[in-house]
Design a protein around this ligand. Structure first.
Ligand code: ATP
Length: 262
């Protein structure tokens, strides 16, 4: 199923943060949400889940995401926050098991064998099996980020939203995570992630949505979006295209920051 956002606006503290944002995220594809700090990427992801006071619509297939019952939405959509807090004493396996709660009957104390297998698979896919019995609070930032992804995968979502999921990861872990997301998309999961690294966005995303100052600047495939002109107008950076093996996935070479306008 595809995600269709129409005319989404959010204000916080009487200040417009998002203004009339409309875009689509194609089904079974990886959509990258890019834009400078403060552009509104996190706010947009939160608004899709009804967490911010917003106007406008967000439909995933026929589902009205912003007005669904929480439990129904959690059976369809998983969200990996930028910095999620978790109960200090939980083990890694316990945290991942939280992803199964929307599917459990109220009387179930322990995960069922099916849930157990899903939790095990999510730990394995994120390379966290060896950490299963560790307390979550003793993990490094990058390890914690992988556990949060495992928890989201344990929800077996049709739509997976991630807010800068690679921010604490070393380069190998970043490439592994983005490859994993590509594989998930190929099996039908629709993925939307906020990302700062534009060359990783070029390499791993099928579709890009560019936000600037709370507005949609443009959307489209990497080769039509990631141009030197966009780098200058959105990021204020001079750039040129490097030698990319795939013309549909450009390589951006950054030259320098353009001077601030007076
Ligand atoms: N409660 C609030 N009151 C006023 N402004 C807010 C509030 N919360 C967020 N903002 C502002 O909203 C804007 C968008 O924030 P948001 O976190 O969505 O941006 P972002 O694109 O995710 O940024 P980053 O890349 O730095 O994570 C920022 O300018 C931020 O300062």
């Amino acid at each position: 199923m595809s995600l269709r956002v129409e005319n989404l606006s959010v204000s916080k503290s009487n200040r417009p943060i998002l203004s009339g944002v409309s875009f689509s995220a194609p089904a079974g594809a990886v959509t990258g949400l890019i834009g400078p700090n403060g552009a509104g990427k996190s706010t947009l992801l939160q608004a899709l889940l009804g967490q911010a006071t917003a106007t406008g619509t967000a439909h995933f297939g026929e589902h009205d995401l912003r007005h669904m019952h929480r439990r129904d939405r959690a059976r369809l959509v998983a969200y990996v926050e930028q910095s999620a807090s978790t109960e200090e004493r939980l083990t890694v396996r316990d945290v991942v098991a939280l992803g199964r709660i929307p599917f459990e009957p109220a009387w179930q104390a322990e995960p069922s064998p099916v849930d157990g297998a899903i939790i095990q698979a999510a730990l394995a896919e994120t390379g966290m099996t060896a950490f299963s019995e560790r307390r979550f609070s003793t993990l490094s930032g990058g390890e914690q980020q992988r556990v949060h992804l495992a928890r989201a995968l344990a929800q077996v979502p049709r739509l997976l939203l991630l807010d800068e999921p690679t921010s604490h990861l070393d380069i190998r872990a970043q490439l592994q995570l983005l490859s994993l997301l590509r594989r998930k998309a190929e099996t039908g999961t629709t993925i939307v992630l906020a990302l700062h690294d534009l060359n990783l966005a070029s390499r791993y995303c099928d579709h890009l949505v560019v936000l600037a100052n709370g507005r949609l600047k443009t959307e489209g495939p990497p080769h039509s979006v990631l141009t030197p002109a966009l780098m200058l107008s959105v990021y204020g950076v001079n750039a040129h295209l490097g030698d990319s093996k795939d013309p549909l996935r450009p390589l951006i070479v950054f030259d320098d920051a353009a001077p601030n306008p007076d």
